[in-house]
Design a protein around this ligand. Sequence first.
Ligand code: GUN
Length: 286
Amino acid sequence: MTADIIDGKAFAATVRARVAEHVSRLASLDITPGLAVVLVGEDPASQVYVRNKGKQTVEVGMASFEHKLDVNTSEADLLALIERLNADPAVHGILCQLPVPDHIDADKVLAAIDPAKDVDGFHISNVGLLATGQKAMVPCTPLGCLMMLRERHGSLSGMNAVVVGRSNIVGKPMAQLLLRDSATVTIAHSRTRDIEALCRTADILIAAVGRPQMITGDWIKPGATVIDVGINRVPNGEKTRLVGDVDFASAVEVAGAITPVPGGVGPMTIACLLANTVTACCRANG
Ligand code: GUN
């Protein structure tokens, strides 16, 4: 039996439609949610992400403010821009695309963003709010994963979840969200012993390591739900292709449900960013 394919692209379209409805209701109150995206440098993958974010922001009726800065922009200039965006009432969400160039301290930049406008959920105060079960801005990629899991399972209570990867952007907040939904959560990483056996205990397996096709079918418990966060570009003859952290061909034979790459988690991330921006806008306007 092969796994059900979780269609993140279709799900994201329904989330965007809901966001667009909210935006049109706000328009009748003369309010337009605005998202500012800051990109420093010319990393090709980041440029694609930023372009897609801007395009989809406009498509749902929100205002998009793109700030593309030269790779040599100083940390001070970037912080000054963040301060201006913090003070701008037309901007409800601010996202600084990561990674930033080495001469800029990413932690300093994230700390400078007004937590109320921190639609990435990376500011330390949002991280703390999430960890203590309070109302927080939740990071977009884990939020998108959670929505797909809830859609598939309803309640996650008591399920064994293994999150492979311990990044601040995905692994840690993903674990917090699963815990908040009463799953039993383990975070696995490069030093985890017998990681294959641990993964085989998972009813829910989240792959967020950034290693192409690392997780193969024999790591997966039959019937498990597998969420593949990886977006890795690998050679494919003369060209390249995108693959996840999961070896889809072998995993699909064992899992109960699986997200494809592309078309799984990726579209949900941007949809959640738009949703977070509307949330920030609503909070700002009482
Ligand atoms: N780089 C890769 N993923 C993300 C993300 O979700 N937010 C930001 N700001 N940068 C990223």
